[in-house]
Design a binder for this molecule. Structure first.
Ligand SMILES: Cc1cc2nc3c(=O)[nH]c(=O)nc-3n(C[C@H](O)[C@H](O)[C@H](O)COP(=O)(O)OP(=O)(O)OC[C@H]3O[C@@H](n4cnc5c(N)ncnc54)[C@H](O)[C@@H]3O)c2cc1C
Length: 461
């Protein structure tokens, strides 16, 4: 059964008038998958799904939702990992995937405008066709959307090189919770005309409004990359190698960390060959791109590093893609074990190795039956702690790990956002004045609290 409370039923009727019957889905067979998150941890009763295709339609939907007091849950590819796009507080899902155009491509300055529903893969393809590259990339690229990536300030595999989504964002078009349309999609690189509303919406997780388009900055394409898998004798030596690589190799594109249990799981569950003769406690995937000989460049640095046990080098593009599969398939392999509690955290470099080494023990002390899987973006201190074998609603492990991260000076969210999964612990990352400033912004831009209630901000705010 979909939510058929009186206000929601009235909203569905209004939505049919705004976007047309074919773009309002109420059959649970069609909507159920939009009411559960990618991990399967967050499941709501199926909610109606409305699919606007024009910004004026989004504005009319927001105006109707205000009038009727109905929550709107923006959704793109539904690949988010913190339960932010799941209608757990009821209301209506607003699916923005019909905004899938990529246009206004400026090959001279390296910019384009993408609809909120365009996938990251589509933006990358458009950028490449114009002789540029989009600087943000991750394995859900063919499903995750521009709107979702702006809303979560997605980071990804090239963060050390190009930064996250916020750094690529020149401006947005969006419908605020007031139903007003803001639109600033500048064609120029330098523009400091007051408040950066795009940056404000970036990372707001749908709580201030619905993004419909984004103006994105592109980066120069890089020459063919060199990609290696390096096995280390300890997590400590892998982490300190990541620091050395950052300092010594300006051409560094990615440094990704895997530990033995995760790599073994990926191999067994996804049918990949074990990459090393002997299993190693930690592995780095390192990629560089340079006009100089990237292999020579890496050889020099790797031979000077402590703790290197074995190196596997990709000599062509096919092998490069194969090496990336060891890292990119972690999320899927873990999902096959069961719904994971996803704790996407960042540690200061000095604490990263100890944290990765000690966190399985900490988890076991709270939930002896749980399994802990760690992997992540070692170059920027971002580790994904995935815990399987605990009930979706039991957050005692989340509490222990997030408090530990905060005690070590880290952040409880690196790139996935706070969503529903972590909002109870926002205070570990942001002080009371920060939170009340966020609440004040929310009240100004979404006075009736209809934009994604229950996400990011503490309950009752
Ligand atoms: C296999 C896998 C690997 C991943 N790897 C990474 C990674 O390396 N780095 C990383 O950062 N993330 C990663 N993610 C997480 C996810 O892909 C990102 O969070 C992505 O930005 C979500 O985009 P989406 O379109 O799927 O958004 P959704 O999941 O649909 O929504 C995410 C949030 O954004 C809001 N939202 C969506 N669209 C809009 C809009 N148009 N306007 C306003 N709010 C909106 C939603 O309400 C929700 O709060 C991964 C996910 C998977 C499944």
């Amino acid at each position: 059964m979909v939510d058929s409370s009186e206000p929601v039923a009235a909203m569905v009727a209004r939505a049919v008038g705004i976007v047309g019957r074919t773009h309002v889905l109420t059959d649970p067979d069609l909507t159920a998958s939009r009411s559960v998150d990618w991990t399967g941890r967050f499941r709501a009763r199926p909610a109606p799904v409305v699919r606007p295709g024009r910004v004026a339609e989004v504005a009319a939907l927001v105006a109707a939702a205000r009038e009727l007091g109905v929550a709107l849950v923006p959704q793109g590819g539904n690949t988010g990992l913190v339960g932010g796009a799941v209608p757990l507080d009821g209301g209506v899902v607003v699916d923005l995937t019909r905004f899938d155009g990529v246009d206004d491509i400026d090959a001279t300055s390296g910019q384009l405008t993408a609809g909120a529903g365009a996938t990251i893969g589509a933006v990358q393809a458009a950028a490449a066709a114009a002789g540029w590259q989009y600087g943000v990339d991750w394995s859900a690229r063919d499903t995750a959307t521009v709107g979702g990536s702006v809303a979560t300030d997605a980071g990804g595999l090239r963060f050390i090189r190009h930064g996250g989504t916020r750094r690529q964002l020149l401006g947005v078009e969006a419908v605020l919770g007031t139903s007003e349309v803001i639109s600033h999609l500048p064609a120029v690189e330098k523009d400091n005309t007051g408040y950066d509303l795009g940056a404000l919406l970036c990372g707001s997780e749908g709580t201030l409004g619905l993004v419909t388009r984004a103006r994105l900055r592109l980066v120069p394409p890089r020459a063919p990359a060199s990609c290696v898998l390096v096995a280390f004798g300890s997590i400590g030596s892998a982490v300190s190698a990541a620091t050395t690589l950052r300092r010594e190799v300006v051409e560094l594109e990615a440094v990704e960390l895997m530990v033995d249990a995760g790599l073994a799981l990926v191999c067994s569950s996804m049918g990949l060959m074990v990459p090393f003769a002997t299993p190693a406690p930690a592995t780095l995937l390192v990629e560089v791109a340079s006009r100089a000989d990237p292999h020579a460049l890496l050889d020099g640095v790797l031979t000077s590093m402590d703790g290197v046990v074995e190196v596997v080098v990709a000599t062509d593009e096919r092998q490069r893609r194969e090496l990336w599969r060891y890292r990119e398939l972690h999320t899927e392999a873990i999902a096959r074990v069961g719904p994971a509690h996803k704790l996407d955290v960042t540690l200061p470099p000095r604490s990263l190795a100890d944290f990765v080494t000690e966190v399985p023990e900490l988890v076991a002390s709270v939930a002896p039956e749980a399994r802990t899987w760690c992997f992540g973006h070692a170059g920027d201190g971002n580790v994904h702690v995935n815990v399987t074998g605990i009930e979706p609603g039991d957050d005692s492990v989340d509490e222990a790990v997030l408090v530990d991260v905060a005690d070590r000076g880290g952040s409880i969210s690196a790139e996935h956002g706070i969503g529903r999964a972590k909002r109870r612990w926002l205070h570990l990352a942001r002080g009371p004045a920060d939170v009340s400033a966020m609440v004040a912004v929310k009240r100004a831009l979404d006075p009736d609290g209809i934009c994604n209630p229950g996400v990011l901000l503490p309950s009752g705010s």
